[in-house]
Design a protein around this ligand. Sequence first.
Ligand code: SF4
Ligand code: SF4
Length: 402
Amino acid sequence: MEYDLAVQKSLYSKVTGIEKKEDDFYKELYARSEKRIDALAKTNPFTEEELNEVLVEDGYDRRDFMKWVSATTAMLMLPGFFEPLVAKTVQVLNRVPVIWINLQDCAGNSEAFLRTDGPTVDELILDIITLEFHELLMAPSGEQAELQLENAMTAFKDEYLLFVEGSIPTAENGIYGTIGTSGETYVDHLTRLSADAKAIVAVGTCATFGGVPAAAPNPTGARGVMDIVKNKPIINIPACPANPANMLGVILLYVMTGELPELDGLLRPKFAFGYRIHDACERRVHFDAGEYVEEWGDAAAQAGHCLYKMGCKGPMTFNNCPTVKYNRGTSWPVAAGHGCIGCSEPGFFDKFERFEAPTPYNPKYNPASDMGVYAATAGLGLFTAFKQLTKDSVAQEAENGN
Ligand code: SF4
Ligand code: SF4
């Protein structure tokens, strides 16, 4: 009975860790942020003319920019009256230096970041944000690159945001990952660069939770940043790759407010990870109606029905993919026809190893236990239908010897 209730709660409820704020909270935040932006604007901001020039160069106009501002304000879960402040913040993005390092990874997050959706795409990132060091993007290499890093760390001591991409190999004293002419291990490299950073942003599932390099048998002892760095504020932006809108959102919020975004228990910003995929999915109506794709390409697949039986991990995965999407907001995996594989969850890759088989209920996957907040809304009929589905899954698992 307890098992059934847990299934019901986690699958048919809306799960959220976001508490509603009073108006006074936002008014106070606005006043504080406005003061900060006005102060930053006095110190060599990107001027409106410069911004407009970049927009025009890329084929955009002011209206496109304001549309982006509205979408970004909403994504950050700020009230509409913050829009002018978000627009002003873009012009002072150059006031917070960013140092970006790549550790044990495929550089997919850098790739995603370069294609950030925004009014000026690459320019917004490369011309406005002060990217002081990024091994993949900068011209210097070897000792010159090392010198550039040292200079940036000295010039912006205690001010820079350290973006970390990739996991950290810890086995055998970290010898599976070294960098530079001194052969510094990634563990030491990260520890040294973290010491003078204002805060650390771990981007991608490898940097946050170990990701693919940490998959069993994890020969390199791959770990996430928060397993190594203990004495600095850390913001985790998991996913494979992390959504560039979320990376830019974290920088923008930090520049605007001077504070870290509100984080959940896994250090993920709540504006991006406060809800499950399942709760904002366009196929949810079919889940609730018991309409499932049973086989790739069947009539239900063509009609856009729910992908749960095809292995979708949306009910166990927190991320804003359904609303923010990818590729300039054109689509996302579930819209494209494949279930979510839970790439932003701790334990990915092993936890959801069977991507195309339904995951039977298991307390360790229960999103309610992560967030501690839920409200059951299911009808008994749907609940009964799901119970059957779960029994089928368990039987299938047993048959497969798992
Ligand atoms: S497709 Fe996945 S996320 Fe969407 S409703 Fe179905 S199970 Fe939930
Ligand atoms: S839909 Fe799921 S698997 Fe795809 S990017 Fe989002 S969290 Fe990752």
